[in-house]
Design a protein around this ligand. Structure first.
Ligand SMILES: Cc1cc2nc3c(=O)[nH]c(=O)nc-3n(C[C@H](O)[C@H](O)[C@H](O)COP(=O)(O)O)c2cc1C
Length: 217
């Protein structure tokens, strides 16, 4: 049932949203500015680059700075520096149970389940999300029953070297389709184009967008 749902969920709707809403030089913040929200959130930030001082890591840092200034509790998990096995599809977990692997995902698991918000920060690798990030997302499988349909917010911070909007679409479609499947609400995407060398994003206004996103929560 779950697998069928993976496929039949509204990929077309997500595509429409991403294509219509993807301005590469903009961050899209769908938060209602008029809505005062004093609730402190538990936020998980997943980073997906092997470059410690890279562009997506810097966006994540700026987001965290803003969120912590507003009193939110942030748990950061650097996927590229953790030992997380790729899902083996043994289905021992039944999509809602213990995983056969006793690795660093165990550290993340309770935070993901409890999180009010999950932020994905990563570089584009060959027009897609980085393998370091995907490996961790695939392990959501063992907690699928606990996170699917849970009331969570999400945000997406991505960096890439080229500037063509079209090239960012596969990652955004992936993200929106995942959000649609999980039933999480995407509040914002920061799509940082034209950044190649580690740290070059610092010379753009994308870090400010990420910071403002954190502050806006
Ligand atoms: C393996 C690999 C694949 C990449 N693929 C793309 C790509 O398809 N399109 C692109 O514009 N940039 C690509 N890049 C460049 C990175 O997306 C870019 O440098 C990004 O800012 C890196 O973010 P980071 O500093 O957080 O690692 C690639 C880089 C690497 C190392």
């Amino acid at each position: 049932m779950e697998r069928r749902e993976f496929l039949k969920k509204s990929a077309l709707a997500a595509l429409g949203t991403a294509v219509a809403g993807t301005g590469i030089v903009q961050a899209f913040n769908h938060i209602n500015d008029n809505e005062s929200n004093t609730d402190k959130m538990k936020i998980v930030v997943l980073t997906g680059s092997p470059r410690k001082n890279g562009n997506s890591a810097y966006l994540a840092e700026q987001f965290i700075k803003g969120a912590e200034e507003k009193g939110h509790e942030v748990f950061r998990f650097d996927c590229a520096f953790k030992q997380v096995e790729p899902c083996r599809a043994c289905n021992r977990c039944g999509m809602d149970g213990p995983c056969i692997f006793n690795d660093d995902f165990q550290e993340l698991r309770p935070h993901l389940i409890e999180a009010d918000m999950v932020v994905f920060a990563m570089p584009m690798y060959y027009f897609s999300i980085s393998a370091q990030m995907k490996r961790v997302i695939d392990r959501f499988y063992a907690i699928n029953g606990q996170i699917k349909g849970a009331s969570k917010k999400a945000a997406f911070l991505m960096t890439y070297a080229d500037t063509a909007k079209k090239e960012a679409e596969p990652m955004l479609v992936h993200y929106h389709t995942l959000m649609d499947y999980l039933g999480w609400t995407s509040v914002s995407e920061v799509v940082a184009s034209g950044v190649w060398t580690a740290g070059s994003v610092r010379n753009t206004d994308y870090p400010q967008q990420a910071y403002q996103l954190g502050r806006s929560l």
